[in-house]
Ligand binder design. Structure first.
Ligand code: PMP
Length: 371
């Protein structure tokens, strides 16, 4: 028995992998693997439609939002977002400040988004916690938003640094109704969200959705049709939406697995039930880290990620010994990102509380031996 704490590609529910294995050579009597099917044939269309409906049910997605399956991952979206939105006009029909977008900088991933978007629009960093090593989400009252930005961009869970928004910011009044755009790659489906508060939500699949290779985008319909002329057609959200995510061949197998994950989530009781479990898992792990002088987590208590828990040993010369001992016990992929060092436990939906308990037991044991 192993527990995989990888930040992504991450552990998938065992039941999903078992079902995929059983269906690998012959999907539902079709005589084909899902990988071999035409993306326009009735078999795959039924898989796609079920996946879309299950996701809509799980996230309670309002009918005026489109759900798109794209490729390129969240990193490609960092360019695709400004390419689709930088030309957006305000509701009065007046141009917004030409090509200005507000970004909130809260860690490595939002920093990357800022850098990439700067190639396509004028970026205003409206708030940043860089000076505090991204140990918190800047308070909404301190954000210096543009009056007429095309959009306001957030990364709502910073996978590397470990800070998460536990609030949905209201930016409309300060920005003349600029839409909120959120990179939710590493916590979508881990907690309830009010989709209607956002204009665009995007994320790579390889944490809480399925395998790498499919990018999820949820977009309010009025935000379609504003792409810059230079935007590639395969990344123009309106073209992709008009073609029901079939403008080019979609990543069919990744969508199929994502669909199995959505079915699994429904069997678990849906997103509200997952959120309750995720809160319990996070409390168990942070609770132990906080009680110990041997380990530390540097994120402000009200901004801590429930999905990605970076932590440090008091003596970092013990890091390799710690990781080797963890591996012996089947606790895998706990090494922190090279940019921040230390350790990181990613505890997405597919991580059961027993896995977090096994990690806490090991933390205790290691501390006793070395402390
Ligand atoms: N944003 C966030 C929050 C992420 O966690 C990641 C991947 N770890 C990315 C963007 C980049 O995703 P991809 O590599 O799929 O493009």
């Amino acid at each position: 028995m192993v527990y995989n704490f990888s930040p992504g590609p991450a552990a998938l529910p065992r039941e999903v992998l078992q079902q995929a294995a059983e269906e690998m050579l012959d999907w539902h009597g079709s005589g084909m693997s899902v990988m071999e099917m035409s993306h326009r044939g009735k078999e795959f269309m039924s898989i796609l439609e079920a996946a879309l409906q299950d996701l809509r049910d799980l996230l309670n997605i309002p009918s005026n939002y489109k759900v798109l399956f794209l490729q390129g991952g969240a990193i490609a979206e960092n360019a695709i977002v400004p390419m689709n939105l930088a030309g957006l006009r305000s509701p009065s029909g007046q141009p917004r400040q030409p090509g200005v977008a507000d970004y909130i900088e809260t860690g490595s991933w939002s920093t990357k988004s800022i850098k990439e978007a700067s190639r396509y629009c004028r970026v205003n960093v409206a708030a940043s916690s860089a000076a505090e090593k991204f140990a918190r989400i800047p308070a909404r009252a301190d954000w210096k938003l543009s009056k007429d930005a095309a959009y306001v961009h957030l990364c709502t869970n910073e996978t590397i640094d470990g800070a998460e928004y536990h609030f949905t910011p209201d930016v409309a009044a300060d920005t003349n109704n600029a839409p909120l755009v959120a990179d939710m790659s590493s916590h979508i489906l881990s907690r309830e969200i009010d989709i209607s508060r956002y204009g665009v939500i995007y994320g790579g699949a390889q944490k809480n959705i399925g395998p790498a290779g499919v990018t999820l985008l949820i977009v309010r319909e009025d935000l379609l049709g504003h792409a810059l002329p230079s935007c590639p057609s395969a990344f123009n959200w309106k073209i992709v939406a008009d073609n029901d995510s079939m403008y080019n061949t979609p990543p069919t197998y990744a969508i199929y697995i994502a669909g199995l994950v959505f079915q699994w989530l429904k069997r678990q009781g849906g997103v509200a039930a997952m959120e309750a479990r995720n809160i319990a898992k996070a409390e168990l792990l942070y609770g132990y880290l906080d009680s110990s002088a041997f380990y530390s987590n540097r994120i402000a208590a009200d901004c801590r990620s429930r999905m990605n828990v970076p932590f440090y040993l008091r003596d970092d010369t013990l890091n390799e010994t710690f990781l080797a001992g963890a591996k012996e016990r089947g606790l895998l992929q706990l090494k922190g990102h090279k940019s921040v060092g230390g350790m990181r436990a990613s505890i997405y939906n597919a991580m059961p509380i027993e896995g977090v308990q096994a990690l806490v037991d090991y933390l205790k044991e290691f501390e006793k031996k070395q402390g």
